[in-house]
Design a protein around this ligand. Structure first.
Ligand code: KG4
Ligand code: ZN
Length: 370
């Protein structure tokens, strides 16, 4: 594939600085960014443009995949042009093009990946087909220079999982949700309480005014030792309570929101405590580090609980700025830069994948090594 792209002559060493364009279209954000990775492995964001499709989907109460794909088609070129413009760079100054290749809504992923392939082919630059979860996982190295290994808690609208990040391409999943993602649970609870959108921030704002003790909602799976989550039973309990109390006054809504948030905070904090205990057993010689990623990292009650758990376990807690926890192009560009520095690049036959777990053997760099 290299010959098709004319990149056979392209030599990348771990020491060379690299400028990457990153493209993200896997859900409802159309995003592009330019990131520089210097010789020492430090990252600088030169531009980071995100267009949320909030308005397109608002009337439907959730992301409509077909509408998302169309909006990506309509906007991506402009977003890329703006990212290049804000970075003050021409396309010929790039060292590579990174595009999210999954997991995500396949129509949108295809739009971004094909655009990335077209740019890579036209410019004769390497393409890096980035796993969206890897982009979330490596963001803390861009923002805080975190060294391997660390434990990532990813809590977004589409994912909730603990992953041990051992190196670029080297991930071990320690647990995750068996049904809804945490952000999805916030969004569904918001909808049944007629809050938002966006759901998560609306539930959090309401919860702050409510009494978390009035309703004791279940903490599914919590008695089991596994590091998994289940939020769908909790959501059903919230729905049944809301139906039983209907019509809901404002304090009813606030108390239900507070009770729900107290339950999820206890669930996630307990799992984080258990995950750090597992760290002590399995990596006793390494100082524990917990990195939070995904949009739910914006929740202040959750962040405070995680800070307490980390302090109690003597672990370093890293929460990147919220604009880099939610979906963005900078994390994709950075993941591309990290992989490129290790010699990885992908062919124009790289697949767009609706599912792509982080511990997929294809993620390992030995498979890509130059
Ligand atoms: O990472 P993200 O922007 O998108 C992906 O899912 O990839 O995460 C969005 C999710 C939504 O479900 C949203 O409701 C949730 O993060 N969220 C929050 C808060 N802010 C955003 N959930 C709870 N509390 C918040 N303050
Ligand atoms: Zn995401």
């Amino acid at each position: 594939m290299g010959s098709l792209m004319g990149v056979d002559q392209f030599v990348v060493t771990g020491q060379a600085p690299a400028i990457l364009l990153g493209i993200e279209t896997s859900c409802d954000e159309t995003a592009a960014a330019v990131v520089v990775r210097d010789e020492a492995g430090r990252g600088t964001i030169r531009s980071n443009v995100v267009r949320s499709q909030f308005d397109e989907h608002a009337a439907f109460g959730g992301v409509v995949p077909e509408l998302a794909a169309r909006a990506h088609v309509e906007w991506l070129d402009h977003i890329i042009a703006q990212a290049m413009d804000e970075a003050g760079l021409g396309f010929d100054e790039l060292d590579g093009i990174a595009a999210t290749a999954g997991p995500g809504l396949i129509g949108g992923v295809l739009v971004g990946l094909i655009t990335g392939k077209a740019l890579a082919a036209a410019l004769g630059k390497p393409l890096i087909a980035v796993n969206h979860l890897e982009a979330h996982a490596l963001t803390a190295r861009l923002t805080d220079g975190v060294r391997f290994p660390y434990l990532m808690l990813l809590v977004s609208g589409g994912h909730s999982q603990f992953v041990l990040v051992r190196g670029v391409g080297d991930y071990q999943r320690w647990g995750g949700t068996i049904d809804d993602a945490l952000g999805e649970a916030f969004d569904k609870v918001a909808k049944l309480l007629s809050l938002g959108p966006p759901g998560g921030p609306a539930v959090e704002a309401m919860a702050r005014r409510g009494d978390p003790e009035r309703h004791k909602f279940p903490r599914p799976l919590l008695r089991e030792a596994r590091l998994d989550f289940s939020f769908s039973g909790l959501k059903t309990a919230v729905r049944l309570k809301a139906e039983a109390l209907a019509p809901l006054g404002e304090s009813d809504v606030a108390d239900i929101a507070a009770g729900f948030q107290a339950a999820v905070v206890e669930i996630v904090a307990t799992r984080a405590r258990q995950a750090l205990a597992r760290w002590r057993t399995e990596l006793p010689e390494m100082a524990p580090q917990l990195v939070v990623a995904g949009g739910v990292a914006a929740n202040r009650a959750l962040a405070a609980a995680l800070a307490a758990v980390a302090a109690e376990a003597g672990a370093r807690l890293v929460v990147p700025p919220i604009g880099l926890c939610t979906d963005n192009g900078a994390m994709v560009a950075w993941a591309g830069a990290e992989r490129l520095a290790l010699g990885a690049r992908d062919g124009l036959d790289a697949l767009a994948r609706p599912r792509w777990p982080l511990d997929d053997p294809g993620m390992r760099l030995a498979d890509h090594a130059a």
